[in-house]
Write a protein that binds this ligand. Structure first.
Ligand code: GLY
Length: 265
């Protein structure tokens, strides 16, 4: 029997029990389940890992609870600049967008870059021009506004901090999102999407759109979607390093994951 697998994430960090009501926890669980179902329905019916990771990430981008798409955090100038990428493990084709504004689903634009341009990464205004030319859906500033995010920005400004997904006073977390999958044909794919860091300045770009740092997929090894403070993932080229440890050192996924993330299966 052919098998498939799918894993998703809604960001790094810990939400402490006392900062989460039962109702809020249920919202998170429902949103994560919805994303899993969106991806799994594709894999179950023999669809591709690429479609599955895109659908799962789109579902999370549409949910204001997570720091991607609709729920993206505010920049220092009160805007939303989003990063996303997607990669297929069979061909090593990849697409990415950085610092884009007004795009409903940045992961869809990243896939369009991969499939409809001769490039891997587009940024800012150029990426938005490409989005218009390829019929990608835009949304108004209002769509991306949430009071909670706005308050996070005020708090980050007061604290003089550039803040990843958390408020300063509470351990609230609203994370970068991502998905990895293996389809019934044995192909892998990975996708990541984020609004980056609250109060970020100067068109700061994180690891999420950087192939090899925040996202990587290779049928020979694994599929990786990272979440956390992007600068560290960029310096260490984490996603590619995990794949390299498997490919060149012959390690199973367990060991590199333990090394990088302290994940102990
Ligand atoms: N890992 C998300 C970011 O640093 O932007």
């Amino acid at each position: 029997m052919s098998t498939y697998s799918l894993a998703i994430h809604g960001g790094a960090g810990t939400i402490t029990r006392n900062s989460l009501t039962a109702e809020k926890e249920q919202h998170y669980r429902d949103a994560l389940l919805e994303a899993l179902v969106a991806g799994e329905s594709i894999l179950k019916s023999g669809g591709s890992a690429l479609d599955a990771v895109m659908q799962a990430v789109m579902s999370l981008e549409d949910c204001p609870l997570f720091n991607a798409g609709r729920g993206s955090v505010f920049t220092a100038t009160g805007q939303h600049e989003m990063d996303a990428s997607i990669m297929r493990g069979d061909t090593l084709d990849a697409g990415a967008v950085a610092g884009v504004k007004g795009i409903k689903n940045p992961v869809v634009l990243a896939r369009a870059v991969m499939e409809q341009s001769e490039h891997v990464m587009l940024s800012g205004l150029g990426a938005e021009t490409f989005a218009k030319e390829t019929g990608i859906t835009f949304e108004s500033e209002k769509y991306f506004y949430t009071e909670q995010r706005f308050q996070q920005l005020q708090e980050a400004i007061r604290g003089g901090k550039v803040q990843l997904d958390h408020t300063l006073s509470e351990n609230k977390k609203f994370g970068t999102v991502g998905a990895v999958a293996k389809d019934q044909q044995g192909n892998l794919a990975a996708a990541t999407s984020t609004g980056g860091m609250t109060n970020k300045k100067f068109n700061r770009i994180g690891d999420s759109p950087i192939i090899g740092a925040g996202t990587y997929a290779n049928n020979k090894t694994c599929a990786v979607s990272c979440t956390g403070h992007g600068e560290f993932f960029i310096r260490a080229v984490v996603a590619y390093d995990i794949s390299c440890l498997m490919e060149y050192k012959g390690l199973s996924l367990k060991k590199p994951a333990e090394l990088w993330f302290g994940i102990n299966w």
